[in-house]
Design a protein. Structure first.
Lengths: 71, 524
C-alpha cells in the first residue's frame, strides 16, 4: 500500500509537469500525453487496491494461524 | 530477438524536470553535476548497455556458466564485455575519486545500474556485487585494505562478493556455523561453507575479495545460535601482498555451481572455506560482560550497510526487468496481427488489426509502463533523499527517515511488480512468449529471483511493519505522510490536477489508517 501511494504521488507530480509542458507546447507531445495516460491508469487501477488491502489488514491473521499442517 | 533501448528520455525527465537537479547543486557530490555531464553519462552508459551487454543476454542464458575441475567459466563473450566495462570506467562510477572512482552521486549511478540490469541482469550482477563489496570496505576496512585492495576493486581488476547464506541458514543468520578463530598476529582462520554466492568464482577477474560473515568462537571454542559473536570479514581468493600484488592461493575453494531457473550467466557458487586467512572488518568486538544480553555485535553494522544498498539495487532490478520486458511486448504488439478492434477494423484493408488495438493488451502494456516509470521516479527520488540526508538542509532528517522507510518497499513492491510486468509482457506474445527463442520468457525467469534474494519479500514486509512503522512513535511514516500531504495541500487549488490529487489523497488517508492499525493487529 505504501508503494502504491508513493508511486501515485509521483504520478501526480509528473502529471503536473506534463500538463504544464503540454499547455506551453514544449517538448515531446506524445511523451507528455502518455505521462497523463499513465497517471490516470495508476489513479483508476492501482489506488483502489489500497482499500482492498486495508480490508485485508483489518481481517487479521487468525485464518493463517489456525491452519494445521497435518491432517 | 529481444531488443533494448535505454530509456534515456524518461531518465532525463525524472532527473532534470521532476527532481530538478539544477536546484540540488548545493548537495555534497552535486557541485559539478551539470545537465551536460549527466546526459553524457546516461548516453554513454545507454550506448554501452545496448551495444555490448544486451547482445550477450540471450546467449548467456542459453549457454550458462560451467564448472569443471574446480574452475568456473562464464558464458562466451562475458570476459571481453567485462574488460570493456572496466576500461570504460563503469565499475568505479560511485567510488570516491581517491580510490580511482568517478565519485558520482548514487542518484546517477543507480540510473546507470538500471540500464545494465535491463540489458543483461546476469552480467550486471558481477560488477554490481563488486561495487557493494568495495562500498562496505570503504566504511569498514583498514588503511592497508584501502590502499592495496580498494583501487583494484574500483577499477574492476578484482571482483567482490557477499557471503552470508549457508546450507543450514539463509534468512536466520543466528544459525550460522562458519567460524573464524583469531590468530596471534591479529588475523583469523575461517572454516565453513557458504552457498548461493553470486560471482563466488568466475573467469572475469584474477582475484576475488569475499566479504563474509562468520562467528568468532567464545573462550571455550564454542559458537552459539545467536548473533552476539557474528563478525564481518574480508577473505581474498588469493592473498594480497604488502605491495598490493597477489600472493598465495587462500583456503577458499569452489564446491560447485547451482543449476537454476534464471540469471544463468551469473555463477551461483558453493564456497568452502578451509582454514582460510580472514581479516576482521569494523570495530573490535568487546567480550560480553556477565549477564549482558546482546542481540547482535557491532561487527554486523558493516554488513547491514552492504545489505541496505543491495536491497535498493535489487528493487532497481525489478524496474529494469519490467522496462525491458515492456519494450519487447510493445514492439511485438505493434507487429503481430490478430482479430479486429471491438469498434470495427482499424485497418480494413488488412486481414487483421495489430494486436495493440485490443483493450486487454493495452491494459497489460499500460500496467507495465505506469509501474516502470512511476517506480523509477520513486527510486531516484529516494536516491536523492540519500544525498539530502547527509546535507545541512532542514529536511535532512526527514529525508533519511523516508529513504530508510522505503528501502523494504522498493525492494519488495518493485520486484513483485517487475515480475508481474515481465509475466504480462510474455502474455502479450501469446503462445510465442512461451517459446525460448523469442526471448521474453527469460525476463520472467531472470526477474523471479529478485523477489527472493536479499531478503525474501515477506521478510521485507516484516522489516517495514515490525521495525520501521512503529519506531520512535512512528516518526518515519509521519515524515512520508507529511511530505505527501504537504504537496497535496499546495496543489489542491489546481482544478486540472484534481483527477490525480484526489485519488492520491484517498490512498494516503487509507494508508495512514492502516499504519496506525497494522502493528496492533499483528502484535495483538
Amino acid at each position: 500500500m505504501m508503494g502504491i501511494v508513493t508511486v501515485g504521488w509521483m504520478w501526480a507530480r509528473m502529471a503536473k509537469i506534463a500538463q504544464a509542458k503540454l499547455a506551453a507546447g514544449e517538448g515531446n507531445k506524445v511523451f507528455f500525453q502518455n505521462k497523463l495516460v499513465c497517471a490516470q491508469y495508476w489513479m483508476e487501477r492501482m489506488i483502489p487496491e489500497c482499500s482492498m488491502l486495508f480490508e485485508r489488514i483489518q481481517a487479521g491473521s487468525s485464518a493463517l494461524m489456525a491452519f494445521q499442517a497435518a491432517g | 530477438m529481444p531488443v533494448y533501448r535505454a530509456p534515456l528520455e524518461d531518465m532525463r525527465f525524472v532527473i532534470h524536470e521532476l527532481l530538478e537537479m539544477e536546484k540540488q547543486r548545493d548537495l555534497p557530490q552535486f557541485e559539478d553535476m551539470t545537465p551536460d555531464l549527466i546526459d553524457d553519462v546516461l548516453n554513454n552508459a545507454g550506448k554501452f548497455c545496448e551495444e555490448v551487454l544486451q547482445p550477450l543476454n540471450q546467449s548467456g542464458d542459453e549457454e550458462g556458466c560451467t564448472f569443471e575441475n574446480g574452475v568456473v567459466r562464464t558464458p562466451r563473450g562475458f570476459k571481453e564485455a567485462y574488460k570493456a566495462y572496466c576500461e570504460a570506467g563503469w565499475g568505479g562510477l560511485a567510488a570516491p575519486v581517491p580510490y580511482g572512482g568517478s565519485g558520482l552521486p548514487i542518484l546517477l549511478t543507480m540510473a546507470v545500474n538500471e540500464m545494465g540490469q535491463s540489458a543483461n541482469q546476469a552480467f550486471a550482477m558481477y560488477p554490481g556485487l563488486t561495487a557493494a563489496a568495495y562500498s562496505a570496505l570503504i566504511f569498514t576496512g583498514n588503511d592497508w585494505m584501502r590502499e592495496t585492495v580498494l583501487p583494484k576493486m574500483v577499477s574492476g581488476e578484482w571482483a567482490g562478493t557477499m557471503c552470508l547464506t549457508e546450507p543450514g541458514c539463509g534468512t536466520d543468520l543466528r544459525l550460522m556455523k562458519t567460524k573464524a578463530v583469531e590468530q596471534s598476529d591479529g588475523t583469523y582462520r575461517m572454516s565453513g561453507t557458504k552457498i548461493f554466492i553470486s560471482g563466488g568464482d568466475q573467469d572475469l577477474t584474477d582475484n576475488i575479495i569475499h566479504m563474509v560473515i562468520a562467528k568468532i568462537p567464545d573462550e571455550n571454542g564454542q559458537i552459539h545460535d545467536d548473533l552476539s559473536t557474528v563478525n564481518f570479514f574480508m577473505v581474498p581468493k588469493f592473498l594480497v601482498k604488502e605491495d598490493g600484488s597477489m600472493g598465495a592461493r587462500n583456503g577458499v575453494a569452489t564446491g560447485g555451481i547451482e543449476k537454476k531457473m534464471g540469471i544463468k550467466g551469473s555463477a551461483t557458487c558453493v564456497l568452502n572455506f578451509d582454514d582460510a586467512i580472514a581479516y576482521r572488518l569494523g570495530p573490535k568486538p568487546q567480550p560480553k560482560k556477565e549477564g549482558e544480553k546482546r542481540s547482535s555485535s557491532a561487527g554486523m553494522s558493516g554488513m547491514f550497510g552492504m545489505m541496505n544498498a543491495a536491497r535498493l539495487g535489487v528493487g532497481i532490478q525489478g524496474i529494469a526487468i519490467g522496462e525491458v520486458a515492456y519494450q519487447n511486448a510493445l514492439a511485438y504488439t505493434q507487429e503481430r496481427r490478430v482479430g479486429h478492434a471491438l469498434t470495427g477494423p482499424a485497418e480494413p484493408d488488412k486481414p487483421a488489426d495489430l494486436e495493440i488495438v485490443h483493450p486487454d493488451v493495452r491494459r497489460m502494456l499500460l500496467h507495465c509502463k505506469s509501474f516502470v516509470e512511476g517506480a523509477r521516479a520513486v527510486a531516484l527520488w529516494t536516491m536523492l533523499n540519500m544525498h539530502v540526508m547527509r546535507s545541512n538542509r532542514p529536511d535532512a532528517e526527514a529525508a533519511g527517515l523516508m529513504s530508510d522507510l522505503l528501502t523494504p518497499v522498493i525492494k519488495a513492491f518493485f520486484t513483485d511488480m517487475g515480475f508481474e510486468a515481465a509475466n504480462m509482457a510474455m502474455q502479450c506474445y501469446g503462445g510465442h512468449g512461451y517459446i525460448r527463442d523469442n526471448g521474453v520468457e527469460q525476463f520472467v525467469r531472470d526477474g523471479r529471483i529478485n523477489q527472493t534474494y536479499e531478503g525474501a519479500n515477506g521478510v521485507q514486509a516484516m522489516d517495514l511493519v515490525g521495525r520501521k512503522l512503529g519506531r520512535k512513535g512512528g516518526v518515519a511514516p509521519m515524515a512520508l505522510f507529511n511530505t505527501i500531504n504537504g504537496w497535496l495541500t499546495e496543489n489542491e487549488g489546481d482544478a486540472k490536477l484534481q483527477q490525480f490529487t484526489k485519488p492520491v489523497k484517498r490512498g494516503l488517508d487509507t494508508m495512514q489508517q492502516a499504519t496506525m492499525r497494522a502493528p496492533s493487529i499483528i502484535y495483538a
